[in-house]
Design a protein around this ligand. Structure first.
Ligand code: SF4
Ligand code: SF4
Length: 161
């Protein structure tokens, strides 16, 4: 299983301590307008406090990269968030709803498996009812499962393999 970095490596590798708390990141964060994510505070927490790994707002980022592109200090904000998520997941700190999504991925090869309503919508748009993925090629699902098992995905997410 691939390991996670340490919090010290994240702070060093992504220049987290260069943050001057200007708030440009929070001001450009669409998730912050909808969820309990304050990315400026989260960056400060990652830099100062190991408890960042258990902060639920860690999982509210959609990885749109708006903040990272605008940060005047060139901090790799999203890369740091993803790395801290990796640490959290390796420590079993993953939200239950994300664990459920991980289980769906392992079972169906899709985080959001297709249903009849979406098949119908696809056909209305002139598409095949099924996307050209394991939904259309179910024999390949075993390869997806093998790939996930080979990187310890189920162990990390606490789901099935
Ligand atoms: S934009 Fe960059 S420097 Fe400003 S608060 Fe956010 S992370 Fe810190
Ligand atoms: S990448 Fe995440 S934290 Fe940054 S602006 Fe987008 S949602 Fe907000």
């Amino acid at each position: 299983m691939a390991g996670a970095p340490s919090i010290e490596e994240v702070i060093e590798d992504f220049n987290v301590l260069k943050c001057m708390q200007c708030g440009v990141c929070s001001g450009s964060c669409p998730s912050g307008r909808q969820a309990s994510l304050n990315v400026r505070r989260l960056v400060r927490k990652i830099g100062r406090d190991h408890a960042a790994i258990s902060d639920e707002s860690l999982w509210m980022c959609t990885t749109c990269y708006n903040c990272q592109e605008r940060c005047p200090r060139g901090i790799a904000i999203v890369d740091a968030i993803l790395a801290v998520r990796s640490i959290a997941a390796h420590e079993g700190l993953i939200l239950e709803r994300h664990r459920q999504v991980a289980n769906l991925l392992q079972e169906h090869g899709h985080a959001v498996p297709i249903d009849d309503a979406h098949k119908e919508k696809r056909m209305q748009l002139g598409l095949n009812s099924l996307p050209s993925t394991v939904h259309s090629h179910p024999d390949d699902l075993k390869d997806v499962k093998l790939l996930l098992a080979s990187c310890g995905f189920g162990d990390i997410t606490g789901g099935k393999e």
